[in-house]
Design a protein. Structure first.
Length: 194
């Protein structure tokens, strides 16, 4: 569980979030109970990402002569990622689908056509396709603000920030790595822009 909700920065990047309201009369699940809620496909992805992370750490210590092996392993990893993305795409998630706008290691921000009550808890299924992140956590509505639209005739929409209440440490690590990776890609694109 997180104690310091300001510990990580948030990156602007679209993703899918499925929110299922949690009965506030029930206690939030423990980390052990949360891990039992993972469907087999998400558990598989989590295990593979963990193994891959450990392996990449070891590969960094190899010298230049091993570059060919490293490139081959990166290719194999990319092929596995493509298969896993297909698996994630077929997964059915509980709750209502929201389009996310920002994420980080401590919170997410989603857009909604209706307000969500401050302080309410949700089971969140999070899917960031480009970084192959798929996880389940619990989050609390921290803020809900009306988005000002240029067009007065457009339907109302709200920006809703949720901070994580119950999340695995490995999932926080995945989110932080994904946010840093995407930030790096965004910076490269800015440098290439005229």
């Amino acid at each position: 569980m997180l104690n310091d909700s300001s510990a990580y920065f948030s990156i602007n990047h679209p993703f899918d979030a499925y929110l299922q309201a949690w009965d506030n009369n029930l206690p939030l699940p423990t980390l052990a109970q949360l891990s039992l809620m993972l469907p087999p496909s998400l558990q598989l992805i989590s295990d593979i990402k963990s193994l891959e992370s450990d392996c990449l750490l070891q590969l960094r210590h190899l010298d230049d002569e091993a570059k060919t092996v490293v490139e081959f392993l990166k290719l194999q990893s990319r092929k596995i990622d493509m298969v896993l993305q297909h698996v994630i795409g077929k997964e059915e998630y509980d709750g209502n689908r929201y389009v996310g706008s920002h994420f980080g290691g401590s919170s997410i921000t989603v857009t909604s056509s209706e307000e969500l009550p401050l302080g309410s808890d949700f089971k969140v299924s999070l899917h960031i396709k480009e970084e192959l992140v798929a996880l389940i956590c619990f989050a609390k509505v921290q803020s809900c603000s009306l988005i000002n639209n240029e067009d007065d005739n457009s339907p109302k929409s709200f920006s809703i920030q949720l901070t994580y209440s119950v999340i695995q440490d490995a999932d926080v690590e995945q989110l932080v790595k994904a946010s840093l990776s995407l930030q790096q890609k965004q910076l490269k694109l800015r440098k290439l822009a005229p």
